[in-house]
Design a protein around this ligand. Structure first.
Ligand code: ADP
Ligand code: MG
Length: 565
């Protein structure tokens, strides 16, 4: 039984504080690598020696002078902030001046550094308090090499309790990948036990990095979007806010877990469940059931809108104006998924084809009415459309061959129409009176409450019979109303019901269409918010890009040569 209160010895206090920042090999890598990035490095080499519990990070950043080296590992020493005010202007990854000091408590720390534009580098070894034990000149290239060895050597029990090395290395890899995604202009080389482990090449944007981490994903499977957005408050802050999004196209790639729904703020991956949920919601109904998007979202916000002091590892933050960002993210995802000239390669906006298409569009009326009257044509979208697809032919009464300036698409008519109708239903779910009412029999209590849940009015109509008084507008004119209502009674939420209605109402495959009808469908479909997949997540079109066609037909061959003339 503990009966008295004692003040802890300083040594213990220091160890506890150090352990909050540095709790694993991956945390060492994170802190050292973030220092390299703060130093402006564009090339970072990480080497790990697992037996020795040693980590070395070498960079080509700005380096440190000897006076800085003497100061760097003492408690709370940082070059990044000076006053309280600065805490709200943080643009660097580090600011607490804790990492190097903590490392001296938990490991042996050595640094070699040479500032750019100087001819002299220094080697420094530190003691457990961060004081310099030894300093000597060293011949190195400009930049910094930090070596941490015998990590947790003075805490054998702690070391014992850590996960197996293989698992720790996995954590190191994912730490580096996350940081790399946030800083795509940096080239990485990672070594393990004197063997090259993996590399990450620099790219213009994170779109070029993601496929290096997810091998089955190719650059073309991703849509990238960077938009500048107004700062959410009116305070006169000079910083501009940006939203960068790399999104897996739903017809090309998705995951069975939400493990690649990732958010970063100002250069660091963070856990922001609210924004992750926004991403999942915005891509729902474009993916198959129980699949999740691949999405990397990076926000650059005014530094005073982030509070990093929610967690020592800075993985959890408070982000101001969260709702504003949720709205912007939803809009950006919608924009990224749409079909518009910018997302089609090699588009020639002013080409003859687009003029032809515009002319065709002007004369076409919407009257294919074999299945259902379509009343809500293109009402949800107020901006004038840029139609880029031209209907050319129908194949097997199932696929529409569509031409655009960059090549050819095959569009499956049923699911393209299903996508159109589904979005119309979501935007305008209307129930209309059913005259005369439809009589259904043998509805179970569950079926009845399901129908009531989506707004259908039901009245008992005698023994085991019910009269249905209203119906979704789109189903009104059908002669299979009863079947449709039974289908709706079988379960699911309103969205599921909307999907079912859209599917039932959409034009069937096997239906012959005129060119005009095809064109109208293409026009409507191009303007949907999520044209790539149907609400069940099936791809809607197959694209044959002109560049691929030209490669296939060897158009680069010089004819004379290839004929041996
Ligand atoms: P913080 O990053 O919070 O400032 P650290 O303990 O991680 O604290 O680093 C202390 C200081 O040492 C930094 O502020 C920086 O000036 C310097 N420093 C650390 N690593 C490097 C590096 N790789 N290149 C240049 N300077 C560095
Ligand atoms: Mg740091």
């Amino acid at each position: 039984m503990l009966s008295s209160i004692y003040t802890l010895p300083e040594e213990v206090i220091n160890l506890i504080a150090a352990g909050e920042v540095i709790d694993s090999i991956a945390a060492v890598v994170r802190e050292l690598v973030e220092n390299s990035l703060d130093a402006g490095a564009t090339r970072i080499v990480v080497a790990l020696w697992t037996q020795q519990w040693r980590v070395r990070v070498a960079d080509n950043g700005c380096g440190m002078k000897l006076t800085d080296l003497r100061q760097a590992a003492t408690a709370h020493s940082t070059s990044k902030i000076r006053s309280c005010d600065d805490l709200w202007k943080i643009t660097s990854l580090g600011f607490r001046g804790e990492a190097l000091h903590s490392l001296t408590q938990l490991a042996n720390l050595e640094i070699m550094s040479r500032p750019a534009l100087t001819s002299e580098g220094w080697y420094v070894r530190y003691d457990a308090g961060g004081k310099v034990l030894e300093a000597a000149t060293a011949a190195i290239a400009p930049g910094t090499v930090v070596t941490v060895s015998d990590l947790f050597g003075n805490l054998p029990n702690y070391r014992e309790g850590l996960p197996a090395i293989a698992q720790q290395m996995k954590a190191v890899q994912s730490t580096i990948q996350q940081i790399a995604l946030c800083h795509p202009h940096v080239t990485w080389q990672v070594w393990q036990d004197d063997r090259e482990w993996f590399n990450i090449s620099a790219g213009k944007t994170s779109q070029q990095l993601l496929p290096q981490m997810l091998r089955q994903v190719r650059v073309g499977d991703l849509q990238e979007l960077t938009v500048e957005v107004p700062n959410p408050d009116t305070s006169p802050t000079a910083t501009r806010a940006f939203l960068n999004l790399v999104l897996g196209l739903p017809d090309r790639c998705h995951r069975h877990r939400p493990d690649w729904v990732r958010v970063a703020v100002n250069g660091r991956r963070v856990k922001l469940p609210e924004l992750e949920q926004t991403i999942i919601t915005a891509t729902a109904r474009t993916l198959p059931r129980d699949r999740y998007p691949i999405c990397f979202l990076h926000l650059q916000v005014a530094p005073n809108h982030v509070n990093w002091n929610r967690h020592p590892a800075k993985a959890e933050i408070y982000l101001h104006h969260l709702e504003y960002w949720q709205e912007k993210v939803t809009q950006a995802i919608e924009q990224a998924l749409r079909i518009h000239p910018e997302t089609i390669p090699e588009s020639l906006h002013n080409s003859r084809v687009s003029k032809l298409i515009k002319a065709a569009e002007a004369t076409s009326g919407y009257h294919y009415n074999r299945q259902i009257q379509n009343t809500k044509v293109e009402s949800h979208n107020s901006c004038p459309p840029t139609y880029i697809l031209k209907a050319v032919a129908q194949v097997n009464n199932t696929y529409i061959v569509a031409e655009h300036p960059g090549g050819l698409w095959l569009v499956e008519q049923h699911i393209a129409h299903e996508r159109v109708l589904y979005e119309q239903l979501v935007d305008n779910w209307q129930l209309v009176a059913l005259e005369p009412s439809v009589i259904l029999n043998a509805l179970s209590p569950a079926q009845r409450s399901q129908l009531e849940r989506i707004g259908i009015e039901i009245e008992p109509f005698g023994e085991q019979m019910w009269a249905i008084r209203n119906i979704p507008a789109m189903l009104q004119a059908r002669d299979d109303c009863a079947d449709a209502l039974l289908e709706l009674s079988l379960g699911g939420d309103l969205q599921t019901a909307q999907v079912a209605v859209a599917c039932r109402s959409a034009i069937r495959n096997g239906t012959e269409l005129t060119l005009e009808e095809m064109q109208t469908l293409l026009n409507q479909w191009q303007r949907t918010r999520n044209p790539r997949t149907c609400p069940h997540g099936r791809p809607i079109y197959l694209s044959l890009e002109e560049s691929a066609l030209s490669r296939f037909f060897r158009r680069h061959w010089v004819i004379g040569k290839s004929h041996g003339i």
